[in-house]
Write a protein that binds this ligand. Structure first.
Ligand code: ZN
Length: 261
């Protein structure tokens, strides 16, 4: 009986743990921010061991310039680490704990600093909205039965695999997994605002998705997810563009004029 205690505690916290995302959506939150940050930091360290890291100093400086301008707008996390992975996949990610990864393949598709900023804004948006936590919590909730069985049998629950999946990284590390449509849309909204506040032209987001439409292989990257479709995504972004352009103009007036090359 002693072994089932953690499961009981888990049930107790389910009732207490519903968080509200930046755009006002409520979602399940079973894991603390500091636990998610620890998971993100671990996953990042693993990725850095298993994926070649770019040595192209100019490209590294460029990616850092764009990422730093975006993360400067994030007050709840002040320290960020950025890595440019030498890999042809068209992808990028951000993890709780202040970790950002960009793959060199993305730089072929994101042709301007504004387009790259729109990807990084989107990825940081997932972190700010705690989508990894929501997914991890949903996974935990749906697997409580399995965990209870595993605990009773004294088996490993595969917790680290669950955590990686929740962060959007597949069990084969390096494969990024799409979030659901609601999370993607919310990350788009947060990302558009973030990039505009940083002084990047928000119209770059629509340009990026147009470029993306011309790309795509058999395994679509995280932000190439078919939910929502590119067209719907572009429509949603355009519906918010007037407000984003105002934010952008204000940022420019405040002297925020990133010039990354
Ligand atoms: Zn996304």
């Amino acid at each position: 009986m002693r072994k089932t205690l953690p499961v009981v505690l888990l049930f107790t916290s389910v009732a207490l743990s519903c968080a509200t995302s930046p755009t006002g959506k409520s979602q399940l939150k079973l894991v603390s921010d500091s636990q998610m940050a620890a998971l993100g930091t671990d996953a990042y360290a693993q990725l850095k061991q298993e994926t070649p890291i770019s040595k192209d100093q100019q490209a590294i400086a460029y990616v850092n310039c764009v990422a730093n301008a975006i993360t400067r707008e994030v007050t709840e996390q002040t320290s960020w680490e950025v890595t440019l992975f030498d890999d042809k996949q068209v992808n990028a990610f951000a993890l709780p704990g202040g970790k950002i990864g960009v793959y060199t393949g993305l730089l072929d598709v994101a042709e301007t600093q504004d387009q790259l900023a729109s990807v990084l804004g989107h990825e940081v948006g997932h972190v700010l909205a705690r989508h990894g936590n929501a997914r991890y919590s949903a996974n935990i909730a749906s697997q409580i039965g399995l965990i209870a069985a595993a605990v009773a049998l004294g088996e490993s629950t595969g917790e680290s695999g669950l955590a990686l999946a929740a962060l959007g990284i597949g069990l084969q590390v390096g494969v990024l997994m799409p979030y659901g449509r609601a999370h993607e849309s919310e990350a788009d909204v947060i990302g558009l605002d973030l990039m505009a506040r940083a002084g990047f032209d928000p119209r770059g987001s629509v340009e990026l998705w147009r470029n993306m439409s011309g790309e795509g292989g058999s395994q679509p990257p995280e932000f190439l997810s078919t939910h929502p479709s590119h067209e719907r995504r572009i429509n949603d972004l355009n519906n918010r563009m007037a407000g984003a352009l105002q934010t952008y103009e204000q940022a420019r007036q405040q002297g925020k004029k990133p010039n990354c090359a």
